[in-house]
Design a protein around this ligand. Structure first.
Ligand code: NAD
Ligand code: DAU
Length: 357
């Protein structure tokens, strides 16, 4: 069986759903259920006998040890993290706690257990650490995409914490021989993404007739990767990746934020025309920029493409339309996750987001 951490979040839940849809191999999901974790994301498999949910912290060594001893996973896929850049700017300590210390404690506990496995089991074991392209810092408009050799230059408290975790994962391979692999991927999008991130936030606000807050000039560039393509890449890394290596994963879909908001509004105009006429794009509002905002990310995916035969399959225009449709069809999900604490965050974070010319 495999152990997934953070499986109640956006990407982890897509991974678990995809796994149980295509494999009979059981999954244990260890998730702390922070504001970003929603067990309802996995309601479709909750009664599946191959699925076990355990609420807990990756940094709780006693609990993790118990899980390892009882379930004997052949692999761990570590999704658990604090993941939102804006929150890392207003409250960085939680990012050090989970992303740095949590990952370190998880590595220590896994290593202590793994040392006692038989040589055959130990060499088959895999620890896949899910990380981000943000560890590489920001690119200029004409720079080539990030390769795995690009130097680490994290600019936000979030990316600094993920970079630290990547270094620990690498060290546990180099020093102790733990078969670790790290993936660094670009911006994911798709169903069940918490509406604090750009795409679901814009859909959420548009449907409520609220301003669409674009930071600064909106010409920052991100590479958009459909979450299902990401999960396929993680499966390839798990099954065929080389321990000790890292793999960059991208969607081959670079877009400015303005272009992304435009695509969302076009999809909404077609699928749910605005009451009273006009386009949703009229709600766009430029607001104060994010401090230290990275200008551009781009991925060179030639390593994973040539070594593991993976490439993205979802075209952005098709993926964004399907994503908008998913949010239109799941307003109950949106209602259930946008609780009091969500509203408090939005109020606090966008309070100073007065429109700028
Ligand atoms: P998310 O915020 O939606 O979900 C994170 C999950 O981790 C939640 O279910 C939360 O409850 C859980 N969690 C948090 N702290 C925990 C702890 N201490 N112990 C156990 N569980 C804990 O995040 P996501 O967008 O699904 O991202 C998953 C991973 O992928 C993260 O490591 C993130 O850094 C990385 N990543 C995300 C993106 C993206 O675009 N979303 C891109 C690149 C990398
Ligand atoms: O690159 C991978 C990273 O992508 C992941 O590691 C992070 O976990 C994930 O959150 C994401 O980080 P970003 O900061 O790129 O994503 P976010 O959705 O927060 O913002 C995308 C872009 O949109 C970014 O340039 C900031 C901008 N933005 C975001 C919000 C929430 C706005 O202009 N307005 C907004 O209200």
């Amino acid at each position: 069986m495999i152990l997934v951490t953070g499986g109640c979040g956006f990407i982890g839940s897509a991974f678990v759903l995809g796994w149980l849809n295509t494999s009979r191999e059981p999954v244990v999901n260890l998730d702390l259920l922070t504001y970003a974790g929603h067990p309802g994301n996995l309601a479709a498999v909750a009664a599946n006998e191959g699925y076990t949910f355990i609420r807990g912290d990756i940094g709780d060594s006693a609990l993790v040890e118990q899980i390892l001893t009882r379930h004997r996973p052949r692999a761990i896929i570590n999704f658990a993290a604090e993941s939102h850049v804006d929150r890392s700017i207003s409250a960085p300590l939680a990012f050090a706690q989970t992303n740095v210390l949590g990952t370190l404690k998880l590595l220590e506990t896994v290593h202590a257990w793994w040392r006692k496995l038989s040589p055959a089991d130990a060499s088959e074991f895999r620890f896949v650490h899910v990380s981000t392209d943000e560890v590489y810092g920001s690119l200029d408009p004409h720079d080539a995409g990030f390769t795995e050799q690009h130097r680490f230059q994290p600019n936000s408290p979030y990316s600094a914490s993920k970079a630290a975790s990547d270094h620990f994962v690498r060290a546990w391979h180099h020093t102790f021989g733990l078969p670790t692999l790290t993936t660094n991927c670009s911006n994911n999008y798709g169903p069940r993404q918490f509406p604090e991130k750009l795409i679901p936030l814009m859909i959420h606000n548009a449907l409520r007739g609220k301003p669409l807050p674009v930071y600064g000039d909106g010409r920052q560039v991100r590479d958009w990767l459909h979450v299902d393509d990401h999960c396929a890449a993680l499966n390839a890394v798990l099954e065929r990746g080389r321990p000790g290596e890292s793999y960059n994963i991208g969607g081959r879909s670079e877009r400015t934020n303005l272009a992304v908001v435009d695509s969302i509004c076009n999809a909404l105009d077609a699928l749910r025309p605005r009451k009273g006429g006009g386009s949703y794009i009229e709600l766009l509002s430029h607001v104060k920029d994010r401090p230290g905002h990275d200008r551009r990310y781009a991925i060179d995916d030639s390593k994973i493409a040539s070594e593991l035969g993976w490439q993205p399959t979802v075209k952005f225009e098709q993926g964004i339309r399907a994503t908008v449709q998913w949010y239109l069809d799941h307003e109950d999900w949106v209602e259930s996750v946008t609780s009091g604490s969500y509203r408090q965050w939005v109020e606090l974070h966008y309070k100073s987001a007065v429109p700028v010319a």
